[in-house]
Structure formats: C-alpha cells, structure tokens
Design a protein. Structure first.
Length: 531
C-alpha cells in the first residue's frame, strides 16, 4: 500500500502547487473557456448530420439492427447461454473438453500455434464482465438518464431501451473479435481491443493500410474517451453530489475533491488489469444491487403509478410533448444518444477488457458481453427513468429545454435531478445517492484507465515510461473534471466516445463473418457438455 501511495503522490505532487494557484484565479472558468472551442469543433465533426440526423447514430443503430438480424437475434436467443457461461456451466470446454484448433491465421502465425495463444488470459468470464460493466454502468445511468428525460421527456426512455436491446448484438460482435485477435506478451499480459482486430483482421482481408490507419484513429479517440467520458465526466458528477452533500461552495472545493479521487483511482490502476478486475468484481455487483434496491423501493412504493409511467413512456415516444423536442425523431435522437453513451455498444471500448479473459473460444466471451447493454440500459437506466417519471407526476419540473430543470425555484441538472427524486421517497437519500454516484464514478474511471492505457500502449509502445506518462495524464483529468462545469465536460465526452464508432465499425463490417464462424464453433463445443 505504501508503494502505491508513494507512486500516486509522485505522479501528482508536481502539479498541486501550480493547480492550487490556478484554482484561486478561477479554475472553473479557465477550463470551460479552454474546453469549449475544442469540444465544439470535435462535436461538429463527429455529429455531422444527414437529413437532420447525426450520421453516427444512423451508423450505430443501423449496424446493431443488421447484426441482430444476421446473427439470428443472438441478443434474445442466446441470452440463457450467456448467463450459463458467466455461471461457469461450460468451463469444462475451456479446460480442454471439445477443443478444436482454429484455422484463422493471425499476422504470420502458424494455425497450430494459435490454439496455445488462445489459452492465455488474465481474468475470468465474471471478472471481465464486471470490469466492462463497471466501464459502462456509471453516471450515465444516473446523470445521463436524468439528462435524457429532462431534454426529451419520458419518451426518451423507450428509445433508450430499444437502443440497449439492439446494442447487445453489436457488443457480442466486437467482444468476440477482441478475444479472437488479441496479442499475448511473453509475460502472459494480454493486449486486445479494436486496435488489434482492426489492424490484424483487415490485413487478413488484404486491406493492411486501411487497417493500420483505422486502428491508429481508434486508439487516439479511445484515449480521448478515457480522459473525457470515462474520467472527467465521472469525476465531475461525483464532485457535484459531494459538494452538495457537504455544503461546499468555494471555488477550490472541486479541485481538492478531484485530488482525493485521483489518489484513490491511482492506487487501483497502478496494479493493472488483475487489480482492476479484483476491485470491480466486488464493487460493481455491490453498487448495482444497492442502487437497484433503492430504485425498486421507490417504484414499488408507488405501485399504482407504474402502469401510468410505462404508458407515458410509450405515448411520449411516438407523440412527444416535451418543449424543444418537436417530433418523434427529436426524442428518438435524445434517447439513442444517451443510451449509446451509457452502454458504449458499437464504440468498441468494452472489447479491450473482455480480451483479457481466460478462454479458448472467442465467441464465449462475446456471449458474456451481450449482457452488458441489458444490465446497463434495459435494467438500470429504465429503473432510474421510472423513479424520475414517478417523481415528476407531481409536476416538479417541466420536460424539455436545455437539460437543466427548475425544481422549487432551484436549477438542477444530471445527478442533481435524480437526487431530488430520491429525496422525495427515501430519508437521507442524499447520502445514499452520493455514495452510489462516487462508486459508479470510481469504478468507471478505473475501467476506462485500462481502456485508454491499452490504446496508449498501441501507439507509444509497452514500456514503463509510456505507462507512467499516460497514468499521470489520466489522474490530471480526474482533477480537471472535478473542477469544470458539466456542459463543457459532457460535450467533450460525447464527441470522443462517439468518434470511436467510425473506425470500430470498419473492423466490424469487415470481420463479422469471422464472428459467425466462431459462434458456430463454440456452440458445437458446448453441445458436448450438454450431452
């Protein structure tokens, strides 16, 4: 522990004096002014529109629909199989029973040797799922859902659920490829993700240069996403609720909260994927259950309003009345955008965590991964939405606008709206929700630190110096996020994560036949277990 603490303070100490002086001169305003031009430019590039609809959303939803149909509704038909894989029912397959060699060459490898490589791994199916879920189940489920409903009304919930169900198929494809094309170092360390399946997979198809360029762009965007949505946006929301709970209003409070969060996150991420997995497999189930129990208490306490809430969700999805939305397309875009940000299906990030799993069959982990959007969006996001909608049956605020709402004469945004809804039904819920938000934030940050580091290694090599530089920058962004406003941080975060979709989809559309072959291979293998 002393070693980890010393390492963290070594990373951030040189910046503390400078940062403290900057805080006293107005850090919030300086960061906002610095971020806005850049985030505006990136947003305009990433969210360019075709027929009034951002092309990236057309790409995400269209691809998810295609994969759902092509793989025979794998998101529904193979859901029980995915549960059984996580439970360990088919572990005997990975222990040697029914194993066959693959015939897919990878960058000059001899086919007979690939099976040996596929036996490598660092984490279990459950640990990989917990790590990846911790990267997606974050403040997008608390702040993001509240933002979606504030902007698009209850109807946004319906489209979030649809996007989550379709996204299960995209997640299955990209995480299968993440394991299939991973690289294993001499010391057993696993390196995987879109960078590898894009570059290696496209080389197999005769498009080596396109693969290299797309892989580099993905790595750049993933690093940006790790600093933004996977880091700064999380520390930002954690800071908001902590400041509100402790009654802190001075300008420097956010900075010092950021420093504490940076130390906490740093202690964990220095240990690598094994330490991250050990933490997330304990924290994620605990925080998810804790949050869901609270949501269920509120929902069941208002049992008579549940059917009204679902009725309003469906009605508003096709006949929206929220101010500023204007049409079905408007509310659909709000729902899809927030769902895609929350579960990241199609962005490729989760495949980085899943690639470290111990398995001989890449499709086994793809099946495990399809559970993520279901847990994240279909279950947790829907629970949050129901709480907020039931709360607002009392006319607490008006749907629509810019994302912030007025409740009792006070402006609330993001997690603040959810906190207000919880406070209506649960005594001292501000303490409970603060703990939940902080746990969500920390777990998301530690998972995204791994995603960003893997991309950093792909670009700059696997040396200790490169690792140290990335981790130092990551911890600085924890502090930046805690010190800036929500608007500037979320605009940057949206742009970076959605930018990852473009290079990732290149890999998915070239390589989805490989996934089909691997799925058949795995299903054939587990039949021997059933028999």
């Amino acid at each position: 522990m002393r070693k980890y603490l010393l390492s963290i303070f070594t990373l951030i100490l040189p910046f503390l004096t400078f940062a403290q002086e900057t805080v006293e001169k107005g850090l919030d305003q300086r960061i906002d002014e610095g971020f806005k031009p850049f985030s505006d430019f990136v947003s305009n590039v990433v969210f360019f529109e075709i027929g009034g609809i951002p092309f990236v959303l057309i790409l995400l939803v269209g691809s998810a629909l295609f994969f759902t149909i092509y793989f025979g509704f794998v998101n529904i038909r193979r859901f029980p199989t995915a549960i059984n894989v996580v439970r360990g029912k088919y572990d005997a397959v990975d222990e040697g029973h029914g194993v066959e060699k693959t015939d897919l060459p990878i960058e000059g490898d001899i086919p007979d040797t690939i099976r040996d490589e596929s036996q490598e791994g660092e984490v279990t199916h459950f640990q990989a799922l917990a790590t990846a879920v911790s990267g997606t189940v974050g403040n997008g489920n608390i702040a993001g859902v509240a933002l979606a409903i504030a902007l698009g009304g209850p109807g946004a919930t319906f489209w979030m659920i649809v996007c989550g169900l379709l996204g299960m198929s995209s997640k299955f494809v990209e995480c299968t490829l993440g394991v299939q094309y991973r690289d294993v170092g001499p010391d057993g360390t696993v390196y995987g993700g879109p960078m590898y399946y894009i570059s290696r997979g496209l080389k197999e198809k005769g498009f080596a240069m396109l693969g290299k360029v797309a892989a580099v762009f993905f790595a750049i965007f993933c690093i940006g996403g790790s600093f933004g949505g996977g880091n700064a946006a999380q520390s930002n929301q954690a800071t908001i609720v902590l400041k509100e709970l402790m009654g802190l209003e001075n300008a420097g409070a956010g900075f010092w909260i950021g420093v504490v969060l940076a130390v906490l996150v740093g202690i964990i991420i220095i240990g690598g994927i094994k330490r991250i997995a050990q933490v997330t497999e304990k924290v994620v189930p605990f925080m998810a259950v804790m949050y869901l129990v609270a949501c269920l208490y509120i929902i069941l306490s208002n049992f008579s309003l549940i059917d009204d809430a679902f009725g309003l969700i469906i009605q508003e999805a096709f006949n929206p009345t929220a101010i500023g939305v204007g049409s079905v397309i408007g509310v659909l875009l709000v729902g899809f955008k927030r769902a895609a940000f929350s579960n990241e299906a199609g962005a490729g990030s989760a495949s980085i965590a899943h690639s470290a799993v111990k398995t001989k069959y890449s499709a086994s982990e793809g099946l495990v991964a399809l559970l993520e959007p279901f847990i994240d969006t279909v279950v947790i996001c829907t629970m949050t939405a129901l709480v907020i909608i039931i709360f607002n049956f009392g006319g607490a605020f008006e749907y629509g606008g810019e994302g912030s709402v007025m409740i009792d004469g006070v402006a609330y945004e993001g997690a603040g709206i959810t906190s207000k809804a919880f406070a209506q039904y649960i005594p001292y819920s501000n303490v409970f929700l603060t703990i939940a938000v902080v746990l969500f934030a920390v777990s998301t940050m530690i998972s995204w630190s791994y995603y960003g580091l893997q991309s950093w290694k792909y670009l700059f090599g696997r040396g200790k110096t490169a690792d140290l530089v990335y981790k130092m920058l990551f911890l600085i962004f924890v502090i930046i996020g805690a010190s800036a406003s929500m608007n500037s941080i979320w605009a940057f975060s949206d742009a970076m994560i959605f930018a990852m979709v473009f290079p990732n989809m290149i890999g998915l559309f070239f390589l989805f036949p490989v996934v089909k072959k691997q799925l058949t291979r795995y299903l054939d293998a587990i039949k021997t277990i059933k028999e």
